[in-house]
Design a protein around this ligand. Structure first.
Ligand SMILES: Cc1cc2nc3c(=O)[nH]c(=O)nc-3n(C[C@H](O)[C@H](O)[C@H](O)COP(=O)(O)O)c2cc1C
Length: 342
């Protein structure tokens, strides 16, 4: 590390620090956001390898858990990654009793019951979820939202329950501050706020001023989500909102080493990136089988090469690989090329 990098890393130290959520101690407050299609066990394990303090599964239907007798339908979301601890499992639902039942079922499972935290999704904007009254629909159903948390806390028997919310439904219905207070009263151990409205989905800028307002209303930890791509974003979010933790989303897709970079401000050597993506490929192959792994790793590889010269050429190569061995070789070749570009 150069002196400049060292100074920068030192100046970030007060921002990046241990965080307690209920009874769970995180080594640091950098959290990999739940991302459907990305945050599988193998990927979450890599995030921990690179220094994330917490990872979260993608959203999983509480009803699905209740009716999935042998867990075969949800296995792919629930299998834990290597050294993936602490981690949260994220559930969505709109029926408090069913949420409680799903949690009890999950916690009685020898492997899937080992998650250290349970997170409830109140931010998903996808119509399939919203029309059932779950996800972001809960931003304007505070009574149901509160009941969901009360039932979940009761069923979780000491496993901390957290909630991930949005700003509100649209700019005229910003409900996050009042809702966060009610969730705290219901027993939530922390709130993560993706500071965009449901209507915005992922467009526009996350509203750090609103984050500051939510932070001023609650005593439990507030985790900020939205637009973190490098350490200057951590500084900006912290300066405005004084959040307790930082959730990194799209910027870490295909780039789990970002968690080291945020802490050191040093660039990750190409060989380490190649190994990480090869390990991801191997992990996904174990979990999903070769064909599905080859398809599902594409988004992450596309994200990993974004911004590099010839990115589209490499994307094309990655997408046409028909065997794991071939794709692994392509990953290595790409990063040898990247080293040559340094
Ligand atoms: C493709 C995609 C899938 C997502 N899936 C989930 C999810 O399963 N659960 C959830 O709470 N948030 C989900 N999110 C939202 C992210 O966790 C995060 O809050 C959002 O992307 C904003 O952070 P960012 O600007 O750092 O990406 C998803 C976002 C994207 C782009």
């Amino acid at each position: 590390m150069s002196d400049e990098q060292k100074n920068k890393a030192t100046s970030l130290r007060p921002l990046i620090r241990p965080l307690s959520i209920g009874r769970v101690q995180l080594a640091n407050n950098l959290i990999m956001a739940p991302i459907a299609g990305t945050t599988t066990g193998p990927f979450r394990g890599l995030c921990h390898r690179f220094g994330a303090g917490l990872t979260v599964s993608e959203l999983i239907s509480a009803a699905g858990i209740v009716y999935d007798r042998d867990f075969s339908k949800n296995r792919r979301y629930l299998v834990r990654g290597e050294a993936e601890s602490p981690a949260a499992v994220q559930l969505f639902g709109a029926d408090p009793k069913q949420m409680a039942e799903a949690i009890r079922r999950l916690l009685s499972h020898p492997e899937y019951g080992t998650y250290e935290l349970i997170d409830i999704n109140m931010g998903c904007p996808v119509p399939k979820v919203v029309k059932t009254g779950a996800g972001a629909a809960l931003m304007e159903r505070p009574d149901v939202a509160e009941a969901l948390v009360r039932h979940a806390v009761d069923a979780a028997e000491g496993v901390p329950v957290t909630v991930k919310i949005r700003s509100g439904v649209d700019e005229r219905k910003i409900t996050a501050p009042e809702l966060a207070v009610r969730l705290q009263e219901a027993g939530a151990a922390a709130v993560a706020l993706h500071a965009r409205t449901t209507k915005q989905r992922y467009a526009g800028k996350a509203d750090y001023e609103l984050m500051a307002k939510v932070k001023s209303e609650i005593d439990i930890p507030l985790i900020g989500s939205g637009d973190i791509t490098d350490s200057s974003d951590l500084e900006r979010m912290h300066a405005i909102a004084k959040v307790d933790g930082f959730m990194v989303g799209r910027a870490a897709i295909g780039r789990p080493w970002l968690f080291t970079e945020l802490q050191t401000n040093a660039r990750t050597p190409a060989g380490i990136k190649a190994r990480a993506l090869s390990d991801l490929l191997a992990g996904l192959t174990d979990l999903l089988g070769e064909k599905t792994a080859l398809a599902e790793i594409r988004t992450q590889l596309a994200a990993a090469v974004k911004g590099y010269p010839h990115a589209s050429l490499w994307r094309g190569r990655f997408f046409t690989a028909s065997e794991v061995g071939e794709l692994k070789q392509l990953i290595d070749e790409f990063f040898v090329d990247e080293t040559a570009l340094d």
